[in-house]
Design a protein around this ligand. Sequence first.
Ligand code: CA
Ligand code: CA
Length: 195
Amino acid sequence: MRRLLTMAEALVLTAAVAASLTWGTRTVSAQAGSTVTWEAESGTCESPVIKKTGSRADKKPGKPSKNSGTGWIEIPDKANGEKKEGDHPGKAIYKVNVPAAGQYTFWARTMWPNGCGNSFWIRLAERPNQLLGEDGTYDVYKWRKVPNKLTLTKGVNTIIVANREDGVIMDECQITTTSVEPQGPIAASAGALAN
Ligand SMILES: [Ca+2]
Ligand SMILES: [Ca+2]
């Protein structure tokens, strides 16, 4: 049986038509949602987490890739002495402008030398550490994610990348409410970080 559209339904329909018309003329991302990308070297670092400037290629066979932006952060090999994986001093701090409250996946484009240097800690300020890495892909840039999502509020959220083991490199970070897996170097979002 037909019925009249309610005002709310009509508005939704109008919005959908307007959106589809707009999408017809522009490239849009595959999924709606919020995504913020920033360079790992654009935060504040505490030793032995250090910033490096330059261009560094990885060892991907036949198709090496380079870091994004002006550099990367790293924890030099042997910075933790003979200590194994643990909660070691040193971190990078990012004050991220989050566009909307939500559950975000944290991704980082990282490179590992070996199993004794294949992880970071990720955490929100005053929250427990979460593991990033411990996989077995070495000598290539790869986007890796924290398994558990981060609950972020709208506005500035402090995200900390901390020292779990040495020899590791981080090129870029991303938070997203989408399920899209980032690929390759990605341009940083405008205004990603608060000053
Ligand atoms: Ca390890
Ligand atoms: Ca970078």
